[in-house]
Write a protein that binds this ligand. Sequence first.
Ligand code: ACO
Length: 431
Amino acid sequence: MVKQTGTAKLSFGDTDLELPMYSPTMGPDVIDIGKLYAKGGVFTHDPGFTSTSSCESAITFIDGDKGELLYRGYPIEQLAEKSHYLEVCYLLLYGELPNAEELENFENRVTRHTMVHEQLTVFFSGYRRDAHPMATMVGVVGALSAFYHDSLDINDYQQREIAAVRMIAKVPTIAAMAYKYSIGQPFVYPKNALDYASNFLYMCFSVPAEEYEVNPILARAMDRIFTLHADHEQNASTSTVRLAGSSQANPFACIAAGIACLWGPAHGGANQAALEMLKEIGSVDRIPEYVARAKDKNDPFRLMGFGHRVYKNFDPRAKVMKESADEVLELLGIENNPTLQVAKELERIALEDEYFIEKKLYPNVDFYSGIILEAMGFPTSMFTPIFALSRTVGWISQWKEMLGDPALKIGRPRQLYTGEPRRDYVDVENR
Ligand code: ACO
């Protein structure tokens, strides 16, 4: 527990309270209101948690005003350039960059768990082929708890470790299987000689009838997408995982809950929505029409891939992603890609527009990621599953951190009740 560094005074009615304050390593001070109800008989009200810290965490830090994202203190730009996803996984899970031996051990452990129980393949055939892969993933990842009984005891450190490694290893296999199932192709077993990103591309794009060679530049771009999405402090899906985990639910069930939350278009589903929007706009001359719609209070339309609850300057991940989009399209010889042109022009126009400037709306990570993923050959429906597989390590790291916290309590928010006061039941003939 952090040490108290100050006191906040709160007065209402006849009550004067002193509440402890804490100073984080970075970010604003916090006022601890945990005893507010016991001492003052009132709740605080903050729907959407815009001013509320829900936990203590040492994993990821975002400075939304500076446009900075740090994993365990390391800037995302440095990790995207110099590190790779499995090293980042180790960093997120254990707090420090691994030495060469630690990294090799960790990579071996993850690689040895990439296959899924053969009986899990039967689950897929219960789904319609046209099911969204996220629908399949929510179900199949949840079903892991029915297969790996030796890693369900959350009070056993070793079992928590195995569950973490299993999920980092198996969620890509499941995402690739969901894709293969949706296009009617046979599942491709993982190939453990390949690195993590290459293996995912291999499981998605190879077929048993032909040799398939993974393009190392595309694998690098894939790895970078995984790294950029690996964690993002207490966002909606991570908070969902923590809330589910606070009831001592098993790890697979918690991650399935995170996947369900990530699916929404205001969160992980935005990358699919962003590309669909860019395609709908179609050409640069139609941009003003869409910008006008985004600004119109009577039109629910929003520019997808724009805006963020925390980043009010720019999203550092979007910068790396934009560079990556250029690299990948050049490599694939897709010059003058109309979607990329619309994206760049839309960004330029929106960033000069008073509405977007005033509301501090900038492209987020999802604005360019869809362009890269589409160029690699993924359909839009796979964008959110790829986000889910990248974020699995973040969810698991936050879940492990939470379980290690001696102050852990079941998450149970209070409410501002606006319904009917107590009333008596009326028999149906008298209503
Ligand atoms: N286009 C147009 N206007 C927008 C947009 C947008 N993309 N985003 C926010 N605004 C406007 C809102 O209409 C609102 O205007 P008002 O103050 O006049 O009512 C104001 O900006 C603030 O918007 P909120 O929804 O209150 O901001 P919040 O922090 O709750 O929402 C969110 C953040 C959900 C990301 C929002 O910006 C959005 O819906 N963006 C589009 C979806 C998207 O790209 N999501 C991905 C997020 S990143 C991720 O999950 C990886």
